[in-house]
Design a protein around this ligand. Structure first.
Ligand SMILES: [Zn+2]
Length: 374
């Protein structure tokens, strides 16, 4: 046999075109995605030692640090490395002994088990965990709060409007940890966090991005398709957040806009000044293991950040601008999957970036000209 490929694992996703003794030809399963995208995850059982190769067809499928690999059924992950994927869209794995099993994924996953392990180590008096709503498939959609809703500084933080963007959720976790662990630096602050906006997509292993007819990131319309976006809209109106940070991951690879951390400039010039202010604070607060440079930001009208990118529906920020009469600040962040330039990103790095976001948010909301303070 050689190897057996199986996508029946949490978040599993792959189409197997061909398997021989030591080579597989594969493709990400797009499901209801409108364009070519790159999320995949599967496990492999190896019957005998040897060199195995995995080749993806029909588009980009391997990031800058090779695939992520887990030897403990998805509990922990590391990058297999660039040297394991010398040829584009192909990675190789050396199996040292018969009977090995490995999980492989295009990115380092962050799903419900990771969230539950995080929650379990937090002091129960520092956070409140509850359910935002139930997904269309009936899953409980997690949310978490810190502090009192009556606080003068109220922050909404979200990730996974696009299901596969896992590194963003490590940053969201870092954001929560920083505020929960340092209440003295975050007095009079209320945080409302939604880690998995597309809950079903995360658990089912969907691409999530450009889901037809539109994805969760474009569902801030009058009649949302998804229960999660409908619930978040209600929370925005209930809590009148001063600051909304929506964390994403960019495309798979390529400098500059997929291998640096950057902010997505809004279309309104007055609003872009707010993003620039936040970005400069993050540049000061970010640490060498997860740096941010404001010069890397993506202004509106450049690269993919144009009107055509928003033609399928309305993103959270645009909806807030039209409906929130208290003028909250809205920040869209892109956190790469595997590297910031030469720096390899692991979950710890992404978490430290999230911590820097929290410190920047505190300084941002303490500015006398901060928006939405009332
Ligand atoms: Zn996204």
């Amino acid at each position: 046999m050689g190897m057996v490929i199986d996508a029946k694992i949490p978040g599993g996703n792959v189409i197997v075109h061909l398997v021989t003794e030591n080579e597989a030809v594969l493709e990400p399963d797009l499901r209801d995605t409108a364009e070519k995208w790159f999320y995949w995850k599967f496990k492999v059982g190896f019957d005998k030692p040897g060199m195995y190769s995995f080749r993806f067809v029909n588009g980009a499928a391997i990031g800058t640090r090779g695939p992520a690999v887990s030897a403990d059924n998805g509990l922990s992950w590391e990058w297999l490395g660039r040297e394991a994927s010398q040829q584009e869209e192909t990675f190789s794995f050396e199996c040292a002994e018969a009977g090995l099993e490995r999980w492989f994924c295009v990115c380092i996953p962050y799903m419900q088990p990771e969230w539950e392990r995080f929650i379990a180590v937090m002091p129960t008096d520092s956070i409140t965990v509850s359910t935002l709503c139930h997904s269309r498939k009936g899953r409980a959609v997690e949310c978490l709060t810190i502090g009192s809703p009556n606080a003068s500084k109220r922050i909404l933080v979200t990730s996974r409007h696009h299901a596969q963007e896992s590194m963003a959720t490590f940053s969201l976790e870092g954001f929560i940890r920083e505020i929960a662990e340092h209440p003295e630096s975050h007095a009079d602050t209320f945080v409302f966090a939604v880690p998995f906006v597309d809950k079903d997509g995360v658990e089912n292993g969907d691409q999530g991005k450009r889901r037809m007819p539109h994805d969760h990131g474009r569902d801030y319309v009058d009649e949302p398709l998804y229960t999660e976006t409908r619930a978040i809209k209600e929370k925005i109106m209930e809590h009148r957040f001063n600051l909304a940070i929506d964390m994403h991951c960019p495309w798979l690879r390529g400098y500059p806009y997929n291998e640096t951390m950057y902010f997505v400039g809004p279309s309104d010039p007055g609003e872009s000044e707010i993003t620039e202010r936040f970005s400069r604070l993050l540049e000061e607060e970010s640490t060498p293991d997860a740096p941010h440079f404001a010069a890397d930001d993506l202004p509106y009208g450049v690269a993919w950040n144009t009107a055509s990118n928003y033609s399928e529906g309305r993103p959270q920020g645009a909806w807030m601008r039209e409906h929130c009469d208290w003028h909250p600040a809205r920040i869209g962040a892109e956190i790469p999957f595997a590297n910031f330039r030469d720096l390899t990103i692991m979950p710890e790095n992404a978490m430290n970036l999230g911590r820097a976001f929290a410190r920047a948010a505190a300084r941002f909301l303490a500015l006398p000209i901060a928006p939405g303070r009332q």
